[in-house]
Design a protein around this ligand. Structure first.
Ligand code: G6P
Ligand code: MG
Length: 219
């Protein structure tokens, strides 16, 4: 029988609504380059690392081959500076609906909590939103060879938590993130819509709908 050992969360779009700020920053970068970034790109960059997202953004403006690697690094830095300016005033008010209650009850029930975000800004957000103390493990994305949809980051979180992947639940808002959870042989919970998360059996509109009993039944 499977027992719930750990819940491993994504950050952006799950614990806080930063997907909007990420996209806004990409949109501003595209504008500087002279094109309007279509809204459809928003879902394509969710869960995808900064440099890989830049490739998607440049492709949308037919600019894939226009820049050298060092120019791309500079553009990714520029996007990050815009993004950081958009999240600099985040506080505990920015924690997603239902997240704090869930984190508290997981802690009270001795279920381990991990963070599997590819964002290098995730530690800042954990501190700014005052939720660091709940996390037993925060995976450093620099330790990961392959980003989402590869299983690496969720597997690394489980390993560091000492939990068996089949006893872990992963919570994600991105298609690529759900793929990552599934290929790690964990059970996914999607936050968002079935339209975007067509690869996820359990999709909820927010964390308010999640409690431990519900998670145990999913395993
Ligand atoms: C998350 C977001 C992506 C973002 C990535 C890297 O996965 O969903 O949109 O590109 O993190 O974030 P960073 O803050 O390191 O640029
Ligand atoms: Mg996300």
């Amino acid at each position: 029988m499977r027992t719930l050992e750990a819940v491993i969360f994504d950050m952006d779009g799950v614990l806080t609504e930063t997907s909007h700020q990420h996209f806004l920053a990409w949109k501003m970068l595209a504008q500087k380059l002279g094109y309007d970034l279509p809204n459809a790109v928003n879902d394509q960059v969710k869960g995808i690392s900064r440099l890989e997202s830049l490739e998607i953004v440049l492709k949308a403006g037919n600019m894939s081959d226009k820049f050298s690697d060092s120019e791309k690094v500079q553009m990714a830095d520029d996007k990050n500076a815009i993004y950081q300016s958009l999240i600099k005033e985040f506080t505990k008010e920015n924690v997603s609906e239902g997240a704090l209650e869930l984190l508290k009850s997981l802690k009270e029930n001795n279920i381990k909590i991990g963070l599997a975000s590819v964002s290098k800004n995730a530690p800042f957000l954990l501190e700014a939103m005052e939720i660091s103390e709940y996390f037993d493990v925060v995976v450093d994305p620099r330790e990961i060879k392959h980003g989402k949809p590869a299983p690496d980051i969720f597997l690394m979180a489980a390993k560091k938590l000492g939990a068996a992947p089949e006893n872990c639940i992963g919570v994600e808002d991105a298609y690529a993130g759900v793929e990552s959870i599934k290929s790690a042989k964990m059970t996914p919970v999607g936050i968002g819509t079935k339209e975007v998360l067509s690869n996820c059996e359990t999709v909820l509109s927010n964390l308010n709908e999640v409690n431990i009993e519900f998670l145990r039944r999913l395993l």
